[in-house]
Ligand binder design. Structure first.
Ligand SMILES: C[S@@+](CC[C@H](N)C(=O)[O-])C[C@H]1O[C@@H](n2cnc3c(N)ncnc32)[C@H](O)[C@@H]1O
Length: 252
């Protein structure tokens, strides 16, 4: 009875929050990426692939917050055996720039795969010191890498992760994933408010990525949660908390 009342109160609270969508970071709960896209508010850009979206959170993403340290740990630990990273959803090279003080990037080729608007912005913003950074618009065009890094990509990726990995030229020995947003229960797609755009944002079933890694033939050798990023969809708090996770996996 108490649980039901709590659920009803949260539901009602969410309905009230939905009245001011412009004030919210996350709104709506949809069954698919396409359904979320179809509900973008009129006058807003839809999705990530727009020139004006490329500067959203750019400075923030170039920093190294606490939740990047597991990735940095694994890249450092693997450094003697890797020479090429494919950074899927690598934006304009934000993690390459952020990790530069900690990794010997001159001996690590770093290929960012991202959407066309981001690749264009990334190429325009390359600095003289970005000697080993390059960009591709199709993951198939990246040379075979030792590591597939996908940090912050999974909420936005509009294809099954298994399909993305299978489009690589060769399976990388290592996969490092960060900021995989998950929940107990089926995958839900919400809309993230970027100010000028609304972007479908997938909160995946917690089993999905471990199952995908197993299907691809990888064993998870490390995993973590990022408790400081946990949140609820403001309009649908009754759907529970979104838990941010990371994984290091090795080809078996
Ligand atoms: C939040 S940013 C992550 C940036 C950085 N990797 C980080 O961890 O801070 C998400 C990135 O995923 C990219 N993205 C979204 N959908 C994509 C897709 N289908 N293929 C490749 N990149 C995609 C976006 O363009 C954006 O650069």
């Amino acid at each position: 009875m108490r649980a039901r009342l709590k659920h009803a109160a949260m539901f009602a609270y969410g309905r009230c929050r939905a009245l001011r969508p412009e004030k919210l970071r996350f709104r709506g709960a949809f069954a698919s990426f396409d359904e979320a896209m179809a509900h973008v508010r009129p006058g807003m850009l839809a999705g990530y692939d727009h020139d004006s979206v490329t500067s959203v959170s750019r400075e923030l993403m170039q920093q190294v917050p606490l939740w990047d340290y597991p990735i940095l740990y694994w890249l450092k630990r693997l450094a003697p055996e890797i020479s090429r990273v494919v950074d899927a959803g690598g934006h304009i090279g934000v993690k390459y720039r952020g990790f530069a003080p900690y990794l010997d990037l001159d001996r690590l080729e770093w290929i960012v795969y991202d959407l066309p608007a981001l690749v264009k912005a990334g190429r325009e913003q390359v600095r003289p010191q970005d000697r080993t950074l390059s960009f591709v618009e199709r993951i198939e065009d990246a040379p075979a890498g030792d590591v597939l890094l996908a940090s912050g990509l999974l909420p936005y990726l509009n294809e099954p992760f298994v399909d993305l990995v299978r489009r690589l030229r060769a399976p990388p020995r290592h996969i490092l994933l960060n900021k995989v947003v998950t929940r107990d229960g089926p995958t839900v797609v919400t809309l993230e408010n970027f100010g000028m755009a609304e972007v479908p944002y997938q909160i995946r079933s917690a089993e999905e990525i471990p199952a995908a890694l197993k299907t691809l033939g990888y064993g998870i050798i490390d995993s973590w949660t990022i408790d400081s990023l946990a949140h609820r969809i403001e309009t649908h708090p009754h759907l529970g908390r979104a838990v941010y996770r990371g994984y290091a996996a090795r080809l078996l």
